[in-house]
Design a binder for this molecule. Structure first.
Ligand code: NAP
Length: 250
């Protein structure tokens, strides 16, 4: 087993998570790339990282499912070693809709997928990192969204509210574990070029909205990855319970 720093990136096979996995691997971390169903994308990324001399494993786990989360963390314990960083990134949204057309099934599935999952992964990370449990500390970075501030009217208030919950989780947990060697922060990306907008039914969403972004463009996953990496690094050692907005000024 190596003495490398170890990071788990949920939803690490595509989009922001994949860019984050590549950056952490380049910086010398052993990376757990978690994915839910797109094994092809996760395995392709793992091959690229290994070809560049990095260390990584892929772990299929639905992070909204408690048993899967427990299995993922124990796989990392066994195969990579002591966890240093958790990046809670896995998330999803549904087709753009007004609230009066949302079913309970839709709302519940967004909340379980985007909120319960972050709580479960934080729980497993804290059990391993906290000095209260014999750990040596660590860092958690949650990927929230600018939607937590905008509310995403006419598109996905359910998704926006799930991200509001992540802001509150970040604040509460950061204070709960601050004296136990763990820092907890979050990034709040704005419009980033990934597959997520197509999942909402509008692949060209950023094109439609880019004129209202002060920087006049969408962001790239690699730009979000840099902020996540900074929050995970010692360079942000006095930061906890904070939100870093990455929205081109929006
Ligand atoms: P993406 O390209 O659609 O990727 C989403 C990733 O999450 C995929 O790897 C997917 O796994 C994984 N995932 C979803 N549900 C999961 C679950 N239950 N268990 C495990 N993995 C799961 O999206 P993205 O844009 O990179 O989004 C990453 C994060 O950034 C999300 O939390 C999102 O809300 C947030 N965000 C994105 C934007 C944006 O404009 N793109 C803006 C603000 C915030 P599979 O590959 O197996 O499907």
């Amino acid at each position: 087993m190596s003495t490398q720093r170890v990071v788990i990136i949920t939803g690490g096979g595509r989009g922001i998570g994949a860019a984050t996995a590549q950056l952490f691997a380049k910086e010398g971390y052993a990376v757990c790339i978690n994915y839910k169903s797109n094994s092809e994308s996760a395995n392709r990324l793992a091959q690229t990282i290994k070809a560049d001399g990095g260390q990584c494993i892929t772990v299929q786990a639905d992070v909204s499912c408690e048993d899967d989360v427990i299995r993922m963390f124990s796989t990392v314990d066994k195969e990579l070693g002591t966890l240093s960083v958790l990046v809670n990134n896995a998330g999803m949204l549904k087709t753009q809709s007004r609230l009066e057309d949302m079913t309970a099934d839709r709302i519940n599935s967004i909340l379980v997928n985007n909120v319960t999952s972050y709580f479960l992964c934080c729980r497993e990370a804290v059990k391993r990192m906290s000095t209260r449990h014999g750990g040596v500390g660590g860092v958690i970075v949650n990927v929230s969204s600018g939607a937590a501030r905008s509310g995403s009217p006419n598109e996905y208030i359910d998704y926006a509210a799930s991200k509001g919950a992540i802001d509150t989780l970040t604040k509460g947990l950061s204070l709960e574990v601050a004296a136990e060697g763990i820092r907890v922060n979050c990034v709040r990306p704005g419009l980033i070029h990934t597959d997520m907008h197509a999942d909402g039914g509008e692949p060209e969403r950023i094109e439609r909205l880019k004129d209202v972004i002060p920087l006049k463009r969408g962001g790239q996953p690699a730009e979000v990855a840099e902020a996540i990496y900074w929050l995970a690094s010692e360079k942000s050692s006095f930061s906890t319970g904070n939100y870093l907005d990455l929205a081109g000024g929006l």
